[in-house]
Design a protein around this ligand. Structure first.
Ligand SMILES: Cc1cc2nc3c(=O)[nH]c(=O)nc-3n(C[C@H](O)[C@H](O)[C@H](O)COP(=O)(O)OP(=O)(O)OC[C@H]3O[C@@H](n4cnc5c(N)ncnc54)[C@H](O)[C@@H]3O)c2cc1C
Length: 248
């Protein structure tokens, strides 16, 4: 599952866990018995049943238990740490600046010391610039400094200028690489709109905490698009928990 985000980014589900014992079936492949994951939420129930040394009983009985764990106040949250996923993300550095504040996820990001950064910069649309400016939004963090209403023509010209600036920065970066500068120095003028790439790993509990903060209308629009894509990965992989997250 790979979801395109912004102009050059994506979120891709790399792997998931949470099958426990019950969420796998034995299949025959090339004359060998292998385990195929069928349900990434059984492990949540099995973790919860450790308290009584019980096991998964089937969703007709255990959907109720899952709902209880999720909706109880305070929630029984630790069983949701027994499922999780690894995703790969390509996003502008400005999105990673916000994302990496979530200290309890695990990250590995491409290194601009060892590999040239991809020649991809995030180019916002005129529409995106207009929705952030003043009266079209109630999000205070997104309002303009002067309080002026942004005009479409001004936004278009500013964005055209931004594109020229990106080209100039890329030319400067490439020149540095071509004349033999270390990559870590050649990147000095790099813009925060430059795309970078990482893998992130977290438990289901942790992903939902991330989504609560980053799908919220107060979060910056760009990271919200990524949070929505993470939400799609969760919806496909952990459908029952996703339903509880959305509807209680
Ligand atoms: C809309 C929005 C605006 C923001 N604006 C700003 C801003 O202007 N400036 C800014 O710096 N940040 C800002 N942030 C980032 C925010 O302050 C958090 O750093 C970020 O959302 C990560 O949340 P977290 O700490 O819950 O996540 P994690 O770091 O993943 O932590 C998860 C949980 O673990 C526990 N935890 C982790 N570390 C500690 C610790 N050291 N001590 C105690 N408990 C811990 C807490 O319970 C925490 O909720 C903003 C975030 C949002 C969503």
């Amino acid at each position: 599952l790979r979801i395109q985000v912004l102009d050059h980014g994506y979120v891709e589900l790399v792997e998931a866990w949470g099958t426990g014992n019950a969420g796998v079936e034995e299949i025959s492949m090339m004359n060998q018995e292998v385990e195929k994951p069928t349900d990434y939420e059984c492990g949540i129930i099995e973790a919860a049943r450790q308290s009584t040394q019980g096991s998964f009983r089937g969703w007709d009985q255990d959907a109720k238990l899952l709902g209880f764990l999720f909706n109880n106040r305070p929630p029984h949250a630790t069983p949701f740490e027994f499922a999780g996923m690894v995703i790969e993300v390509r996003a502008p550095i400005l999105v990673f600046r916000e994302w990496h504040r979530h200290r309890t996820q695990s990250y590995n990001e491409m290194s601009a010391r060892y590999a040239p950064l991809p020649a991809l910069d995030y180019q916002p649309t005129v529409e995106r610039c207009l929705t952030a400016g003043g009266h079209l939004t109630t999000n205070k963090q997104a309002q303009s400094v002067t309080g002026r209403s942004l005009k479409e023509k001004d936004a278009g010209e500013w964005l055209a200028d931004l594109e020229r600036l990106y080209a100039q920065v890329q030319a400067h970066y490439q020149l540095g690489l071509d004349i033999g500068l270390p990559k870590e120095i050649a990147r000095c003028a790099m813009v925060v709109a430059r795309y970078s790439q990482m893998r992130a790993s977290a438990s289901l509990r942790n992903w939902l905490a991330f989504l609560t903060l980053r799908m919220d209308s107060n979060a910056q629009w760009e990271i919200r698009q990524y949070a929505n894509a993470v939400g799609q990965c969760i919806a496909e992989t952990f459908p029952q928990t996703w339903k509880l997250f959305n509807h209680g």
